[in-house]
Write a protein that binds this ligand. Structure first.
Ligand SMILES: [Zn+2]
Length: 189
């Protein structure tokens, strides 16, 4: 394994959602497909659910033991997983469902080129969710590729403006879309 990967693996990842007291319910992962496949969540804590395994800190052995069919993690951790697989240090043969990139509140959504890079690395579509420091969902990308649907009022995303028309995906939640262009709807599941 490369030195870079070894040092990355030794990092203690800050798990969002850890700021909640035990009395507060943890937010749920909103997986874009139902029923949810076996999902491993890296670096975040979500409410317990069938087929969901949260690994606030993880190593290759623990992740392999989950036999995940999908992953939900920060873009950086998705890239780390891809690098470990490429180096033969991590085997995830069951991975076969869309990935979820978990972004923090002030992070810019992934650009098309970054989504393309992840698609090339994993051969799987990547959806995006924006969550606050407690892990609560603020916005999630439209399954028809028409921007982001808003889960909590007040969020704004750089370069995006409110869309007024009803979304082609059928989701009635308010939506933000790229300013200045209406992207053609194209299902990516
Ligand atoms: Zn939509």
């Amino acid at each position: 394994m490369s030195t870079l990967l070894s040092s990355l693996l030794s990092l203690r990842w800050f798990a969002l959602g850890d700021g909640l007291s035990d009395a507060e319910p943890r937010p749920a992962l909103r997986y874009p497909i139902s029923p949810m496949p076996r999902v491993a969540v890296l670096g975040w804590h979500f409410a317990p659910a069938r087929n969901l395994r949260c690994l606030p800190q993880w190593n290759a052995k623990q992740l392999e033991a989950c036999r995940p069919e999908a992953l939900a993690a920060s873009p950086a951790e998705l890239l780390l997983v891809a690098a470990l697989r490429r180096d033969g240090a991590l085997r995830l043969p069951a991975l076969d469902y869309p990935l979820v990139a978990l972004l923090r509140e002030n992070e810019t959504p992934l650009a098309e080129s970054q989504l393309d890079e992840l698609y090339t690395l994993f051969g799987l579509p990547v959806h995006q969710q924006i969550r606050n420091s407690e892990g609560r969902l603020l916005a999630y990308d439209c399954l028809a590729g028409s921007g982001f649907h808003i889960a909590r009022e007040g969020i704004s995303l750089p370069g995006m403006t409110p869309a007024l028309e009803i979304c082609a995906c059928g989701d009635p939640a308010p939506r933000l879309r790229q300013a200045g262009r209406a992207r053609a709807a194209g299902a990516i599941l």
